[in-house]
Design a protein around this ligand. Structure first.
Ligand code: GRF
Length: 204
């Protein structure tokens, strides 16, 4: 299996990024973290990356004038760093067509629900967990899926199911789901490394 060279895109806290950094450091993953790209220069995700000596790049409407130039800058940054697998981890923007086309089938995202449930535009963060509670679901989960031009509709590669407790609030549920997300992201990357999940464009 081709050695994974990861490029991670984040917007905020970066706990999923941290789980991936930790897994690379402690040898659970053989992957190399080549670059972390953030659209928010003050995000804690970028601080986490810098603390671990991972190169970072801030690319946003503040650094580039148009969506097209943001797309080109992201693609160039990924290619310059020889990234062969792109991970979205709490990245709040849509990727542009050039990046999507070049990395088609090699961009993953994590979503805090059992997709196709509770995905799509405006379904992020607390809204997802509130919808689960409103529906009185007894089980929720997290999903890793391939990214395409629509929100949350690419092929699901891996999921984990998580119970919803009677007394759960949005906060307690999101905390529980987030802890499982960290494990799911690392486990999915291990499966890719071992060839148990095959991605088009990565040589096996
Ligand atoms: C996670 O819940 C993830 O599923 C969603 O955004 C959140 C990011 O959290 N896409 P973090 O920045 O990794 O802590």
């Amino acid at each position: 299996m081709e050695h994974l060279k990861l490029g991670v895109l984040c917007s905020h806290n970066g706990t999923n990024l941290q789980a991936i950094i930790d897994a690379c450091v402690n040898g659970q993953l053989k992957a190399e973290l080549r670059i972390v790209i953030g659209n928010n220069s003050k995000s804690y995700a970028l601080i986490r990356a810098e603390r671990s000596n991972i190169p970072v790049s801030h690319i946003s409407g503040k650094t580039h004038e148009s969506l097209d130039s943001i797309d080109e800058a992201i693609l160039e940054t990924l290619l310059d760093n020889q990234v062969n697998l792109v991970l979205l981890a709490g990245y709040m923007k849509k990727l542009g067509p050039k990046t999507l086309s070049e990395y088609n089938g090699r961009i993953l995202n994590i979503h805090p629900s059992l997709l196709p449930l509770y995905g799509g535009k405006n379904m992020f963060g607390r809204a997802v967990h509130q919808a689960v509670l409103n529906a009185n679901d007894t089980v929720t989960g997290a999903s890793i899926h391939l990214v395409n031009h629509e929100y949350d509709v690419g092929k699901v590669l891996a999921q984990t199911k998580i119970p919803v407790n009677k007394n759960d609030t949005v906060d307690s549920l999101s905390d529980r789901v987030l802890k499982h997300e960290h494990k799911l992201y690392v486990k999915t990357l291990q499966m890719i490394e071992r060839g148990n999940i095959k991605l088009r464009g990565l040589t096996s």
